[in-house]
Design a protein around this ligand. Structure first.
Ligand code: GAL
Length: 653
């Protein structure tokens, strides 16, 4: 199978006379898959219970007749206005009590049984009508769950939250203990007293907030699984997905959701004005691939050029759309799709770019789309990406970390960036894995700021090092348990043995502080060594002379600790040393800096994120599938923002 190509197709915006041109242009561009029906609920059910599927039948029939597959949406992403009129209680409510009204999209309370019933009826009708339609390739449940409404604080949600808490804790004593409610007179004597963490006079209970984030994720997930189960009943063999909002989104735990899908799909909108956008995208793609253990994923949406929802929306300069599309494929995507096929004439996203721009098919944008479609078809079925390094990410910890009243406000994605960048820049392939991943598959495991860590995760990390693994842990990790209660006995209590140290006190920094090598910022700690040795010390400020970076040989492995965030150059040197010690090699040795290299089986992807031409020496002779004239070459010249997909003659496994 070659890479699938296409985009969101919303033909209900156009008279039917346009649809034939759509089919012609899609065929010309090599479109093989379109997402249809995402926002069609109001068009197929204009009045409650009154369905009009005729126009949608014609759309699907045209797609099938042209050999184009449908990623068939369940249409429940945005309820029609009549639902709010008939059942205002389905509208979501914010923490401060404000209702979110129709007029935008996604205006439903995830816990609402009324919303769920109406959604279930619609999905049942769709699945029974289209279960054997020849265009159906994949079910696309909802759309970007949790994009606008991440939680709902209404009374219906409050009751559902209490049900969820009863299931989790069984009795009130257990809940009171888990939430540390003896502090600030918060002890609950009756389940009915418990509310979602609505706007309060001061900091809400952090364990209550953490549970509410978990509950909200579960409530939204229940909307997804309800629909998934309906379509699976009708079409057990058709794969099911839902598109994650990119790049990494706190309300939705992609690892848990991925287990409920047949294939992961991701929407990705890097900002062309951000010179590091491709690095953040790379992190998200590594996560999307790792979420189902290395299985290929689908790039379900990206912008052909500019979006229209940033304060200033940069178009993609020539070459960038192509480069970023191939980047996704290199990192494991088996589909490249866009939002949307034809640019809207009206509505909230009319200035968002599309595959067929306002100017029509003669515009540069469509020429680029057509060229990409043809080029993607040159690449055969691709193998999997494999990585020796894992970076650990955890949604529970992320939510707990970015709660109130901590020693300092920490931004986890910033910290991830600081740890991921030196590996990316060293051309090392990385998986981004959950805390329950099999660490023994990796030569190096990096744990950035994993504030919430269960004792069992800590024990697994300890065991990993004892049996020969290389581990890097950075500051403020292993601090609390799953209820946001501190692991007592000296920080980070469950990791002290493997790290060979104790943190006596946190010392957040207001600026940069010199280290014996480079500088640290954001955070510092008073570290007492008990087996580890200091590789770098603070060289100024209150902690002068105390350890900043440590190394501990433990069992057959090595555990590193970063008590601060070293500057990028120092991180790069440090990570070079750490990964060499661990026996981790780059995909290709000696690559120039802006070139990203990823291998999928015997195909080597080379992506020049820079704006000057660059020559890359190949590890073995090969042929660039995008430039087949150069058969058997030993090197490849990448144009500015250029791409090569090299089929290597010999593969170093
Ligand atoms: C996504 C969404 C699409 C479209 C796109 C471009 O978040 O799924 O429906 O809105 O962004 O803004």
């Amino acid at each position: 199978m070659t890479v699938m190509f296409g985009g969101d197709y919303n033909p209900e915006q156009w008279p039917e006379s346009v649809w034939d041109e759509d089919m012609r242009l899609m065929t010309e561009a090599g479109v093989s898959l379109v997402s249809v029906g995402i926002f069609s609920w109001a068009s197929v059910e204009p009045r409650p219970g009154e369905y009009d599927f005729g126009w949608f039948d014609r759309v699907l029939d045209k797609l099938a007749a042209n050999g184009i597959g449908a990623s068939l949406a369940t249409m429940t992403a945005s309820p029609p206005p009549w639902l709010a009129r008939l059942h205002p209680e389905t509208l979501p409510q914010r923490a401060d009590g404000v209702r979110l009204w129709p007029g935008g999209r996604q205006q439903y309370c995830p816990s609402s049984p009324v919303y769920r019933d109406h959604a279930a009826r619609l999905v049942e009708s769709l699945a029974s009508r289209y279960h054997s339609h020849p265009a159906l390739r994949i079910w696309h449940i909802g759309n970007e769950y949790g994009c606008h409404v991440r939680s709902c604080w209404c009374d219906v949600s409050a009751a559902d939250f209490r049900r969820w808490l009863r299931e989790r804790y069984g009795d009130l004593d257990a809940l009171n203990a888990a939430w540390s409610t003896t502090f600030w007179s918060q002890r609950y004597g009756d389940w009915e007293e418990i509310l979602p963490p609505r706007t309060a006079p001061t900091f809400a209970n952090p364990a209550q907030k953490l549970d509410f984030a978990r509950f909200s994720d579960d409530a939204i997930l229940a909307c997804y699984t309800m629909e998934r189960d309906i379509v699976r009943r009708h079409t057990p063999a058709v794969p099911v997905t839902t598109n994650f909002i990119g790049l990494v989104h706190k309300p939705i735990d992609s690892y848990r959701w991925a287990r409920e899908q047949d294939v992961v799909s991701l929407d990705s909108y890097p900002d062309p004005y951000d010179p590091r956008a491709h690095v953040d995208a790379a992190f998200a793609y590594d996560l999307a691939r790792s979420a189902r253990g290395g299985q290929p994923w689908l790039l379900m949406e990206q912008a052909p050029s500019a979006v229209n929802w940033r304060p200033r929306n940069a178009p993609k300069p020539p070459g960038v759309m192509r480069l970023w599309s191939w980047q996704a494929v290199a990192q494991g995507a088996d589909a490249v799709l866009f939002f949307q096929w034809r640019q809207s004439a009206g509505g909230a996203e009319k200035f968002h770019s599309a595959m067929v721009p306002h100017a029509g098919p003669s515009a540069r944008g469509f020429a680029d789309v057509r060229a990409l479609g043809r080029e993607l078809a040159l690449v055969p079925s691709l193998g999997r990406v494999s990585a020796d390094v894992a970076v650990v990410h955890d949604w529970d910890s992320w939510r707990a970390l970015e709660s109130d009243a901590h020693p300092a406000e920490l931004d986890l994605l910033e910290t991830h960036r600081a740890h991921y960048a030196p590996l990316f820049e060293a051309h090392v392939t990385v998986d981004v894995v959950p805390v329950d991943a099999d660490f023994s598959r990796y030569k190096l495991v990096v744990v950035p700021n994993l504030y919430l860590m269960t004792s069992s995760t800590a024990a697994r990390l300890t065991e990993y090092v004892a049996s020969g693994g290389h581990l890097v842990v950075s500051f403020f990790s292993g601090i609390v348990d799953e209820c946001d209660r501190v692991h007592l006995g000296g920080y980070p209590a469950p990791l002290r043995e493997v790290l060979g140290l104790t943190v006596d006190e946190f010392w957040p920094l207001s600026g940069a502080v010199p280290l014996s090598q480079g500088a640290g910022s954001v955070w510092a700690e008073w570290v007492e060594l008990s087996g580890a040795s200091a590789v770098a010390t603070f060289d100024g400020g209150d902690l002068a002379g105390r350890p900043a970076i440590t190394r501990h040989e433990f069992g057959a492995g090595v555990a590193w600790y970063l008590a601060t965030r070293p500057d990028p150059a120092t991180m790069r040197e440090l990570f070079d040393r750490i990964r060499r010690d661990a026996g981790v090699r780059p995909v290709v040795e000696g690559l120039p800096d802006p070139v990203q290299a990823v291998a999928r089986g015997s195909h080597l992807f080379l992506l020049n994120h820079g704006t000057t031409p660059t020559v890359v020496d190949l590890p073995s002779p090969g042929v660039d599938l995008l430039d087949p004239a150069a058969v058997g070459s030993k090197s490849v010249t990448l144009a500015p923002r250029g791409v090569a997909v090299v089929k290597l003659e010999e593969v170093n496994e």
